[in-house]
Write a protein of this length. Structure first.
Length: 271
């Protein structure tokens, strides 16, 4: 599979997927935020930076735990995602959430003032990932924590290969690239941390099966993830054939869950 980031239209894909991604963030992706939270020493009053916040699943969890005496700054490059995060924070009464625009390819030098800097499911969109990691690190105070979560190689198995085969049958050459394959190897991500000058990163892998309530539950996952680009490229008719082929395969094989594997790296800045 190609690993050319330019072949994936990140902006259009996630602008299109924003509202569906917000739903998926709670119904499907939310557990990733919960697992990251479990690895962090979160306390009331902490100052936290949430990079690539998307529609805010991690932002809201962070805000709940640091309380009104703390602060969570949520950053995303897409206005649609920032709007969703801002609206959802307001609905929860989280006045201590600040949402602002920011591109992880062009972050200004940090002031080493955040207790925790988090980037969940976003590093692989950076053009120069080591450089972006170094910029993340510049925001972490001495004694503070950087947490980065990426996706492992078996995401959405066993349905994923069936989905790709069905897409290829409809439109040969479609979807030759997925950004998260850039960081699906823990050794690769550890090497990026080293290149960024970040010492002592600890990597852990989480694997679990997420329940599929029915064969029809697969397509909302496609809608609410980066796989949406393949669907958009196929068009409505071909996309519908792919959907029906996947649903038939899921039913025929009695599939009741799909795999989600994440890699999590956590580093503490020396005092």
């Amino acid at each position: 599979m190609s690993k050319d980031l330019e072949s994936f239209d990140t902006t259009t894909t996630y602008r299109t997927v924003s509202k569906d991604y917000a739903v998926a963030a709670e119904e499907f992706w939310g557990f990733i935020s919960d697992e990251t939270i479990a690895h962090l020493d979160l306390r009331a009053g902490l100052r936290v930076l949430d990079l690539c916040c998307g529609p805010g699943p991690m932002t809201l969890r962070l805000a709940e735990r640091v309380g009104s005496g703390g602060c969570v700054e949520a950053v995303d490059v897409l206005e649609e995602m920032r709007t969703l995060t801002r609206e959802r924070a307001a609905q929860r009464g989280f006045a201590h959430v600040i949402v602002r625009e920011g591109d992880i390819d062009a972050l200004p030098e940090g002031d080493a003032s955040f207790d925790i800097v988090n980037c969940s499911l976003g590093l692989y969109f950076a053009r120069d990932m080591a450089r972006s990691l170094a910029s993340f690190w510049s925001y972490v105070r001495p004694g503070g924590t950087l947490a980065v979560t990426t996706i492992g190689p078996r995401l959405f198995d066993p349905v994923r290969p069936v989905f790709f085969e069905a897409c290829e049958a409809e439109l040969p050459g479609v979807g030759t690239y997925l950004p998260w394959t850039r960081t699906d190897d823990p050794d690769v991500v550890l090497s990026l941390f080293e290149q960024a000058g970040i010492p002592g990163a600890v990597v852990s892998t989480d694997r679990r099966a997420i329940r599929l309530a029915s064969p029809q539950a697969w397509w909302p996952i496609v809608h609410g993830s980066g796989l949406r680009q393949l669907q958009e490229e196929l068009g409505e008719a071909a996309g519908d054939r792919v959907r029906r082929r996947c649903e038939a395969w899921i039913e025929q094989n009695g599939v009741t869950g799909i795999n989600v594997e994440t890699l999590r790296l956590i580093a503490t800045k020396p005092r």
